[in-house]
Design a protein around this ligand. Structure first.
Ligand code: UT7
Length: 384
C-alpha cells in the first residue's frame, strides 16, 4: 500500500513591530509610491530585540502542532529552512527540537535561500512516502532584518521577518504532496548572496568595512530569472502529478514582488487572482513566505478542502522549485482544552528537563575536571 504525505497542521508567527514604507522613505532615498508600484509591498514586520529565527520558528511550530493536535513526542524529524540561522552551527532546528521537547526527532537546518521551504517540504514528503518517517515538522523561519543593509534602497525595502510551519504525516489515503521539483544553478550564485561570514571570507575588519555581511543583490537579473523559472516549475510539477493547469485551484508563490507574480500569471495564462498574495503586509520573508501565505489563506477560507495547490519559489543559489499538494484537509475542530493543557504541561516539563541536562553537564564537567587535575582517569559513565 502506498503512503502519502499529508499536511495535517500549519502555523505562522510574525513579530509585532510593523515597518511601513513611509518610515523606510525617511531612512533611504525612496518613496512610498516607488516601493508600492515596483514591488506591491506596503509594510513588513521587523524582529524585536528578543525575537530570533528560533523563537519565531518555535511559535509557528507550536501553532502547527496545535492544529495537527499531536504531541511533540510523535515528531520524527524537524527541518528548518532558513538563510538567517541562529548560528553557523549548531542548527536552529536543534534549538526548536529542545524547546518543543521532541525527544525522538532528528533535527537539521536546510539552506536553499528563499526556495528552502519547498526543498524542506519535498524532503519531508519523501521521508514519509519512503516509509522511513511518519511525522515530520517543516519550518521556514527568518530574521532577514538582521542581514539587510539598511542603507541600500535596492534591498532594504523588500525583506521582512516571520515564520511558518507545517506538520506532515503519512496516510494511505491518496492526497497531500503529490509531486515536487527541485532545481539549482550555481552559476548565478553571485546574483543574490551574503558574501562574508562563511569559510570563504571569514569575518574581518575588511569584510565589516565593506558591508559584506549583508544581502547583496542584482535585482533586475533576479527578477528576470524568477519570471522564467516560476512558469517552468509550475508547468513541470503539474505535469508530474498527472494534472492539467486548468485543474489547479490556487498557486501559493514565494512572496517576493507582485510584478513577478503578475508575469508568472501571464506566462501560465492564469488570472492573477488564482495566486495567493499577502506580500503587501509582510514583504519578502524568504523561506517563511509560502507557509505564512498559506496560513492566512486557510484562515480566510480562500483555500477550500479537496483542491489542488501549487507552491512555487525561487531564490539565491540560484535555486527554484515547486510542489503540488492535494489540500484534502477540512479545518480541524479546535483541540479539547484537556489536550491543549497537556501540551502546555509537556512544554513546561521539557524546559525543566533541558535545564536539568545542562546543569548535570556542568556538574559532571566540574567533577571530571577536578579528577583530571588530580591525575585520575574520569570514570566511563556509558552516556554519550
Ligand atoms: O527572494 C528573492 C529576492 N529577490 C527578488 O525577488 C528581487 C527581484 N527583483 C526585484 O524585485 C526588482 O528588481 C527590484 C524591486 C529590486 C528593483 O526594481 P526594478 O524595477 O528592477 O528597478 P531597477 O533595479 O532596475 O532600478 C530602476 C531605477 C534605478 O534608477 P536609475 O538608474 O534608473 O536612475 C534604481 O537606482 O530605480 C532605482 N531604485 C530605486 N528608486 C527609488 C532602485 N531602488 C529604488 C528605491 N527607491 N527603493
Amino acid at each position: 500500500m502506498k503512503t502519502y504525505a499529508h499536511i495535517i497542521g500549519w502555523g505562522m508567527a510574525v513579530p509585532k513591530r510593523v515597518l511601513t514604507n513611509r518610515e523606510i522613505s525617511r531612512m533611504v532615498d525612496t518613496t512610498e509610491e516607488w516601493i508600492v508600484s515596483r514591488t506591491g509591498i506596503r509594510e513588513r514586520r521587523i524582529a524585536g530585540p528578543q525575537d530570533t529565527t528560533a523563537s519565531l520558528g518555535l511559535e509557528a511550530a507550536r501553532k502547527a502542532i496545535e492544529v495537527a493536535d499531536i504531541s511533540p513526542g510523535e515528531i520524527d524529524l524537524i527541518i528548518v529552512a532558513t538563510s538567517t540561522p541562529e548560528h553557523l552551527f549548531p542548527a536552529t532546528a536543534c534549538m526548536i527540537q529542545d524547546a518543543l521537547g521532541a525527544r525522538k526527532a532528528g533535527a537539521f537546518d536546510l539552506l536553499a535561500a528563499c526556495t528552502g521551504f519547498i526543498y524542506a517540504l519535498s524532503l519531508a514528503s519523501q521521508a514519509i512516502t519512503s516509509g522511513a518517517m511518519n511525522t515530520v515538522l517543516v519550518i521556514g523561519s527568518e530574521t532577514m532584518s538582521r542581514i539587510v543593509n539598511w542603507e541600500d534602497r535596492g534591498t532594504c525595502i523588500l525583506f521582512g521577518d516571520g515564520a511558518g510551519a507545517f506538520v506532515l504525516r503519512g496516510s494511505e489515503q491518496r492526497g497531500g504532496v503529490l509531486a515536487s521539483l527541485l532545481r539549482s544553478d550555481g552559476s548565478g550564485a553571485d546574483l543574490l548572496s551574503v558574501p562574508a561570514g562563511g569559510s570563504r571570507k571569514p569575518t574581518s575588519i575588511e569584510t565589516l568595512r565593506d558591508n559584506l555581511h549583508t544581502v547583496q543583490m542584482n535585482g533586475p537579473e533576479v527578477f528576470r530569472f524568477a519570471t522564467t523559472v516560476m512558469v517552468d516549475a509550475c508547468r513541470k510539477v503539474v505535469a508530474d502529478a498527472g494534472l492539467r493547469m486548468s485543474e489547479i485551484d490556487r498557486i501559493v508563490p514565494h512572496q517576493a514582488n507582485e510584478r513577478i507574480v503578475a508575469a508568472a500569471a501571464r506566462g501560465l495564462k492564469l488570472p492573477v487572482d488564482r495566486f495567493v498574495l499577502n506580500l503587501e503586509r509582510y514583504g519578502n520573508t524568504s523561506t517563511a513566505s509560502i507557509p505564512i501565505a498559506l496560513c492566512e489563506a486557510v484562515a480566510a477560507g480562500t483555500i477550500k478542502p479537496n483542491t489542488n495547490i501549487v507552491f512555487v519559489a525561487f531564490g539565491g543559489g540560484l535555486t527554484w522549485g515547486a510542489a503540488l499538494v492535494r489540500w484534502d484537509v477540512t479545518m480541524p475542530a479546535a483541540p479539547s482544552s484537556w489536550r491543549r493543557l497537556q501540551r502546555r504541561a509537556f512544554y513546561g516539563i521539557s524546559r525543566v528537563r533541558s535545564a536539568l541536562r545542562r546543569g548535570a553537564r556542568t556538574v559532571e564537567g566540574f567533577i571530571f575536571g577536578k579528577l583530571s587535575a588530580e591525575g585520575e582517569e574520569p570514570p566511563h559513565t556509558g552516556k554519550s
